[in-house]
Ligand binder design. Structure first.
Ligand SMILES: Nc1ncnc2c1ncn2[C@@H]1O[C@H](COP(=O)(O)OP(=O)(O)OP(=O)(O)O)[C@@H](O)[C@H]1O
Ligand SMILES: [Mg+2]
Length: 261
């Protein structure tokens, strides 16, 4: 049985007196895998911060895992939400080992201080590292890894605590073609597994949407320009309107491509 993990009704966010998001109505269930697209500054990262309990709406309602964020301690919600972004990765200790970077997520920390870890946590950390194909790097220092390896370690870290939703802000940004394809393939496998949580991934490129993603939301100027099942939403007409460029969109074996006409 799927359950609703994100429910937004007329949600708006104001920052420094500017309206950044307005009138967002959106529901995500545990069996859905969403991609969020939209021009620079459209509000994608802000939308993810709302879904991550890092930000409360200025008006409207945001419910996460059945709790209204406006009257819930965010500290109670966050352990159930996996979140990876480059802003967050800059806070990870670069001298720490990969194993510890993942292990500390079990305690919601960013460094290994003096906690005692249980064997069971260590076994799980190796399991998630293996799942994201980085277990051979477990003893290396996080800061010494390539960008592609670091991105996969970050995702391993964000699923370590067995979250009920996984939020990814541009996970493939800055990766070379090989590293991008490896990440997209791993994300596709993860998205396709019925035991995986709900996934929401922000990206700039339709080429980075893994197979198995079910829904898309297109943001433009802080509002939902289009949202729904992926094939009905990632269309030339809808992307052209949102990005203000006349684009053509193709889909081959569940992967998309877009270019200006
Ligand atoms: N902390 C903040 N304080 C004030 N304004 C902010 C803050 N964070 C974001 N904004 C503004 O909110 C708007 C949306 O920003 P957001 O980062 O959500 O966009 P985005 O769609 O993720 O863009 P990008 O594609 O460039 O990552 C922008 O105009 C931005 O300047
Ligand atoms: Mg952003």
């Amino acid at each position: 049985m799927s359950s609703v993990v994100v429910s937004m009704e007329s949600a708006s966010v104001e920052r420094e007196g500017q309206t950044v998001l307005t009138g967002i109505d959106w529901q995500v269930t545990s069996d859905q895998r969403w991609v969020v697209l939209g021009p620079n500054g459209a509000g994608k990262t802000t939308l993810l911060q709302l879904a991550a309990a890092q930000l409360k709406p200025s008006s409207g309602t945001v419910k996460l895992l059945d709790e209204d964020v406006s009257d819930t301690d965010p500290g109670e919600l966050r352990p159930h939400i996996g979140f990876a972004s480059s802003a967050l990765s800059r806070r990870l200790p670069y001298g720490e080992t990969v194993l510890n970077v993942v292990l500390t997520a079990a305690y919601g920390l960013t460094g290994r201080w003096k906690e005692e870890y249980e064997d069971i946590d260590e076994r799980r950390a190796h399991r998630v590292l293996t799942e994201w194909k980085v277990d051979h790097l477990a003893d290396r220092r996080f800061g010494e890894l390539s960008d592609g390896e670091q991105k996969r370690v970050q995702i391993a870290r964000s699923v370590m605590a067995d979250p009920e939703m996984l939020l990814l802000d541009e996970p493939a940004a800055s990766l070379d073609l090989g590293a991008r394809e490896e990440l997209v393939r791993l994300l596709g496998g993860y998205a396709g597994s019925p035991s995986s949580p709900a996934i929401i991934m922000v990206t700039h490129h339709v080429e980075e949407i893994p197979t198995g993603f079910t829904h898309a939301l297109v943001l433009a100027k802080g509002s939902v320009a289009a949202a729904g099942p992926i094939a009905e939403t990632i269309t030339a007409e809808k992307l052209s309107a949102a990005f203000g460029v006349d684009v053509e969109v193709t889909e081959t074996d569940g992967r998309f491509a877009a270019r200006a006409r």
